[in-house]
Design a protein around this ligand. Structure first.
Ligand SMILES: Nc1ncnc2c1ncn2[C@@H]1O[C@H](COP(=O)(O)OP(=O)(O)OP(=O)(O)O)[C@@H](O)[C@H]1O
Ligand SMILES: [Mg+2]
Length: 250
């Protein structure tokens, strides 16, 4: 299977309002695929369709076809689908009643990624290291996430998503709250994970997209304006709208 996600004329309506309009998109395996576009253009909504979190939004209607791992997402149990998809939300949302350790361990435990305490410890450490958080929390793994800063919480959510060893990782502005040094390190992590998983990332930063993404899709008011290899979109966009967005004019 060449494409991990294959979207055919996807439209989304929420309370009758058109949020996404006939989107066609193919996301190649083992790539970093970036979604860009102004606020309100439907980027987060698009991610929410891929793992069917859109089902939880009242009065949301989905039209068109979405295949993930070659399967029509509406022919699969959403829990089975989500087991293979990690997600980091735009606003960090660690489980408040679980410790830092358990936030990361929970998914790995439920998914059967770790079979015993030793394996679980290893995965938790691996995920926290990959998310560039280990050194800051290794001595307080039993504390609640409320003791962490915003940027630390976002990295905790990244670690939680990585610990399930997903085939597909959805990241909604994963470094929005994170300082430049850790942002660069997380970008290195994402690049290093490309061999193991496919990454779909929303970012507002053309610089970040230029640094790490293989492909860029540009959304504007619910429409997919264009998509292609990152260098082409950044250097020779076909649409004036993309050009304006990249210059910071829309
Ligand atoms: N639960 C909801 N109920 C009603 N409208 C919604 C809901 N979620 C999203 N929308 C609407 O859908 C449109 C797209 O929202 P979305 O969150 O996908 O945008 P976005 O591109 O992620 O923006 P941002 O860059 O600000 O995160 C917006 O007009 C928003 O108001
Ligand atoms: Mg969003």
């Amino acid at each position: 299977m060449k494409y991990i996600v294959d979207i055919k004329c996807l439209s989304v309506y929420i309370k009758g309002k058109k949020i996404l309009e006939c989107i066609d998109l193919k996301i190649p395996r083992n790539s970093i695929f970036t979604i860009m576009g102004p606020s309100g253009s439907g980027k987060s909504t698009l991610l929410r369709v891929i793992n069917r979190l859109i089902d939880l939004i009242p009065y949301a209607k989905v039209e068109g076809k979405v295949y993930v791992f070659g399967m029509n997402i509406y022919n699969v149990d959403p829990y089975i689908l989500r087991k293979q998809i990690g997600m980091v939300f735009q606003t960090p949302n660690p489980f408040p009643h679980l410790s830092i350790y358990d936030n990361v361990a929970l998914g790995a435990k439920l998914n059967g990624v770790a079979r015993n305490k030793d394996e679980l410890d290893k995965i938790v450490e691996w995920a926290l290291r990959k998310a560039m958080l280990w050194d800051e929390v290794k001595d307080r793994l039993r504390e609640p996430p409320s003791k962490l800063s915003g940027g630390q919480r976002q990295r905790l959510c990244l670690a939680r998503a990585l610990a399930i060893k997903p085939k597909l990782l959805l990241l909604d502005e994963p470094t929005a709250n994170i300082d430049p040094v850790n942002t660069r390190k997380i970008e290195e992590t994402l690049t290093s994970l490309k061999n193991e998983m496919t990454i779909v990332m929303v970012t507002h930063s053309p610089h970040q997209a230029a640094r790490i993404s293989d492909y860029i899709a540009f959304l504007y008011m619910g429409k997919l304006i264009e998509w292609g290899p990152s260098s082409q979109i950044l250097i020779r966009p076909r649409s004036k709208l993309t050009e304006k967005f990249l210059r910071g004019e829309i």
